[in-house]
Every structure is written in C-alpha cells, then in structure tokens.
Design a protein around this ligand. Sequence first.
Ligand code: MTE
Length: 323
Amino acid sequence: MLIKKGSDIKWSEVTPQRTYLDRRKFLAGMAVAGTTAVAGLGVRNLISPSVVRADGGSGLAPIQGLQKSPFSTTEKITPFKDVSNYNNYYEFSTDKYEPAALAKNFRTSPWKVTIDGHVKKKQVLDVDEIIKMASPEERIYRHRCVEGWSIVVPWIGFPLSELIKRAEPLDKAKFVEFTTILDMRQMPGQRTNVLDWPYVEGLRMDEAMHPLALLCFGMYGAALPNQDGAPLRMVVPWKYGFKSAKAIVRIRFVDKQPENTWNRSAPNEYGFYSNVNPHVDHPRWSQANERRLGEFFKRPTLMFNGYDQVASLYNGMDLKKNF
Ligand code: MTE
C-alpha cells in the first residue's frame, strides 16, 4: 500500500506491492523459514504441547466446539506457515516478513474492548467475554490484499452481527468504526509516522450486519497468532484485506462515515468501501488478477472476491466512484 505520510520514508521504500513482487518473482513452492509464533500471555494462548493440529504446531490454544460454516469455500487452504509469516501489520513493520518475530511477545491479555457510541449497551468487555458471546465457527474464506496477493484461511469467529445485536444500536447508528490498540512501547511501527495511529477502519451498518462479516479470534483450529491480529480482528472477505482491522480495542457506533486510516493516508488510492473489484484499477496497478501465496500463476480476481451474496448491499451505487 502507498505511504504518503512521513518525510523520512518514501513510499517507494515501503510499498508492500513492490516488496512482494521483488521477493516473489520465483514464487513457486514458497518456503518461508518458519519462526512460528508462540504468542503472549493468558488463557487463550496457553501452550498445549500434546496437540498436533493443522496449524503447523504453533502451540496456540486450540478452540473447541467449532461449527462448520456453509459460507466456507472448498478451495485449497493456504499453509499456516505462509499465513503467519507474511503479514501486513504496520504497527510492527512495513516489511511483511517481520511482524511474526516483532509481535512475538505482544501482550494480548488482559485485553479490554470498548463498545460505545450510539448504542443502548455501552460497555467495556474483556475480550474473553466477547469470545464466549456466540458459538465459534470455522469459516474458510478467501482473503485478498489490495496489493494482489490472496490466501485461503480457516478463520475462527462468529458473525459480527451477534455482537451488534447484543449492543442494541440506536437508529442513529449508521456505521461501525473499529479502532486498533495504540501502544508504541509494544508496537515499533507506531513510533514512526508511516500511518496515522491508531489504525481505524469502518463498515456501513448493513455491511457490518451481513452474515459474512466475521469477528475473528482464531485460525487453523487455534487462537490467532499475534501477527494475524490477536486477540480480536475483523475479517470482511469481500473487501480488500486492509478493511479487516487487527487488535481491535474499540467498536464504536457512529452516525457519519468513519475516516479510515488508508483513506486518510491516500484518498485517491484507498476508498472507504474498498470492495474487491477487478474493474477498478488501483492508480498504480491493475486489480484484475491475483496471486495465491505459494502459487506461481496468477488467477483472475472475482468481483466481491467471489462473494456475490453481498452485491445487493451496493444496489444503485457506482462502485467505480465508491471504490
Ligand atoms: N490491522 C492493523 N491494525 N494494522 C495493519 O497494518 N493491515 C491490513 C489488515 N489489518 C493492518 C490491519 C492489511 S493491509 C491487510 S492485507 C490485512 O490486515 C492482512 O492480514 P493478514 O496479515 O492476517 O493476512
């Protein structure tokens, strides 16, 4: 993604697409040397050495009682080691290979989430209370980055609508804003002005209520690794990856469209809606194709990332203008 802020950093030095293309020219059989993250403290992340799972042995706490979801794709799942070693997480680094190591000791417990704004039930909840709100589901989603790479991940969570219903939004609530933790002692990227901190994202209320919008706290059968957004993140599979904020500490219900970080940073490149749309080029590259991590050949990108069931949310909107 483009970085325009910061006189000390040129976007050309940090733009992940370039990094990606340079390093991935010979992508076939990508083998990232695996520093697998054994994250932080607290009950969610307790190590269970006896458990062997599809997570590649991250040692993160397994999540029990997972429901399968009809929304899951049957496409080939991207290996855990790729999804957990190639991350956009600017609070830690602009280099995708670095968050895995830099976030290793990031503290995700205790962790409070403020729910406020135009809701009847304003409250501050421990993230463990949120996780227990509804039955956990495994959702195997395609996830596409605006930079042209994509992954297929068995995320774990429940529909964001479950939390929204419990918060009882007022009629005035038209959008939901997500704010990420601000903690520059733990997050070296926040000591730079590469983005405006904290990281903020938003959804329109009907998008947030859509059953596909997932409040996520795990992947590959276990708790989320820190670099993938522990302890709580969004996954909005029909939008570019940057709409899926990691390390959420505040969910605020607002009447106006939130100013999201990437839009504030580069309004001509990153809009508020950011639906995956192969017909709207990024100003500096095409969005027509994508490369799955671990694959060599590109594949065509699908409108809404293939999640056609959201199309009706945008009836009557010009999605070239509302990119
Ligand atoms: N959330 C925070 N807090 N900080 C970030 O830098 N990057 C976004 C999104 N959420 C980001 C974030 C971008 S650009 C992408 S593509 C996805 O996280 C990447 O998620 P992944 O690392 O799990 O693949």
